[in-house]
Design a protein around this ligand. Structure first.
Ligand code: 6PG
Length: 475
């Protein structure tokens, strides 16, 4: 086959096919490989008139059909499948070719693959892709990381297909090594936190005060038109008004029939684990992961609910409380982003990834799951200091938080009184209160550590490292 194609894809399920069709719409000749003939056929059948789209079941044909340096992306499940694809490709690719892993791979696996392929002269990119099927077809948000020189070959294609926020593509070079997968992982950690925060607001209104799905729809619809405007709120608004097709009963809502157990594929957990390693404190993301895990213990929760008193409080909702809840949610969203971004800042330094935080914000502005109006505020903050270690240190963000802090305290008090678990919201406030405290009670922890383990401590009035024989020193 003549080498006439611009881009190759391994794995042409819905995501892979949609990305190729998106490229084809922009004038690129694309070729997709899959072991299943029906998928190759389906890809060609879906190609709009006038585009160049080919589906093959022979990986060698795909590789030979590509212009050099070859640009090959794989969209296969994270883990072993990625390594198998690499091994299958290796005999056919050559020095200078570019291989992209567009899945949610663990960043340490990506680092190993980069090193392994570097020796063979192949550029390996870990690229986070967000936005699901529709995003892939009409504009995803993409987070590529890897060899900076090689990125020049990917840039035009990726920019052409990416979502645009005010005309600017939501794709950018995210840094060296596995930075692309690291950024996507943290994106997902923030996604977990925002989803849990929204769920807590729902819980407060639904179980805490008996809001109907219709009232929830109206409330969230209103919020999505204001400061909370975001993809996740938009989705939530739609969920509240979706009926249940599976039942005959009029007025049944699907949401009420869904089992309250949520699984996960690991990216939220990795965000927490790697944050602990750095260390970077991200308690709101940690709590979101933990609360998903609690949800899994359904049977034990049922037993415990029978043993302990269920929700007793009834919260009276009025417009003032709704405004407080809206402000509380905005506060917590900012904290969730701030935690994730502070992790990126720290990881970027520790792992020499050189992640450009202003570009991360730009990439998250459209196409991805955590896109929201709040990101505009972050652009302003990073315009003042591109290396800001924590958004909370920016005066503009401080104003946003200070104006909403009282609302969150009121909402939390109500939730505690009514036995509605607001774990993520509480953790956001605790993080804020701790981060903004010049003096923490950690002096006592240091004293305890030194008392029982001679771990030593530093003093505020003189330099050095000290140890006290505490039992002999009591006044
Ligand atoms: C996206 C999403 C997507 C998915 C994650 C999390 O950006 O399109 O982040 O990648 O949401 O895989 O999935 P789990 O909730 O199953 O962990």
């Amino acid at each position: 086959m003549e080498a006439s194609f611009d881009f190759g894809m391994i794995g042409i399920g819905v995501m892979g096919s949609n990305l190729l069709l998106n490229m084809a719409d922009r004038g690129y000749a694309v070729i997709g490989f899959d072991l299943k003939q029906e998928r190759a056929d389906a890809l060609e059948a879906a190609a709009p008139a006038g585009t160049t789209v080919k589906g093959v079941v022979d990986v060698v044909a795909m590789v030979q059909g590509l212009k050099k340096p070859r640009k090959i992306m794989m969209l296969v499940p994270a883990g072993k499948p990625v390594d198998s694809v690499i091994e299958n490709l290796l005999p056919h690719v050559e020095k200078g070719d570019i291989v992209i892993d567009g899945g949610n791979s663990f960043f340490k696996d990506t680092l190993q693959r980069i090193t392994y392929l570097q020796d063979k002269g192949i550029h390996f990119f870990g690229m986070g892709v967000s936005g699901g099927e529709m995003g892939a077809r009409f504009g995803p948000s993409m987070m590529p990381g890897g060899d900076k020189e090689a990125y020049q070959y990917l840039k035009p294609i990726l920019e052409a297909i990416a979502a645009k926020a005010e005309g600017v593509p939501c794709v950018a070079y995210m840094g060296a090594g596995a930075a692309g997968h690291y950024v996507k992982m943290v994106h997902n950690g923030i996604e977990y936190a925002m989803m849990q925060l929204i769920a807590e607001a729902y819980d407060l209104l639904y179980r805490g005060s008996g809001f109907t799905n219709e009232q929830l729809h109206q409330t969230f619809f209103g919020w999505n038109a204001g400061q909370l405007q975001s993809y996740l709120l938009e989705v939530t608004t739609e969920v509240f008004k979706t009926g249940d097709d599976a039942t005959e009963a009029q007025g049944d809502y699907l949401l009420d029939k869904i089992l309250d157990k949520a699984g996960s594929k690991g990216t939220g957990k990795w965000t927490s684990q790697l944050a602990m390693d750095l260390p970077a404190p991200i308690p709101t993301i940690d709590m979101a992961v933990a609360l998903r895990n609690i949800s899994v213990y359904k049977e034990q929760r049922v037993q415990a609910a029978a043993l302990y008193k269920p929700v007793t409080g009834k919260i009276t909702v009025n417009d003032i409380l709704l405004a407080d809840l809206e402000n509380a949610l905005a506060f917590c969203f900012v904290i969730a982003y701030a935690q994730g971004l502070s992790q990126l800042a720290k990881a970027s330094d520790e792992l020499a990834m050189d992640i450009p935080l202003p570009a991360v914000i730009q990439v998250w502005k459209a196409g991805c799951i955590i896109r929201s109006a709040l990101l505009g505020n972050f652009t302003e903050a990073y315009a003042k200091d591109a290396k800001l270690p924590n958004l909370l240190l920016d005066a503009g963000i401080a104003e946003v938080l200070q104006n909403r802090e009282a609302s969150l305290r009121k909402v939390l008090a109500l939730g505690i009184g009514a036995k509605i678990p607001l774990g993520c919201m509480s953790s956001a406030l605790a993080y804020y209160d701790a981060y903004c405290s010049e003096r923490l009670p950690t002096n006592l922890i240091q004293a305890q550590r030194d008392y029982f383990g001679a771990h030593t401590y530093q003093r505020i009035d003189k330099e050095g490292v000290f140890h006290t024989e505490w039992q002999g020193e009591q006044k």
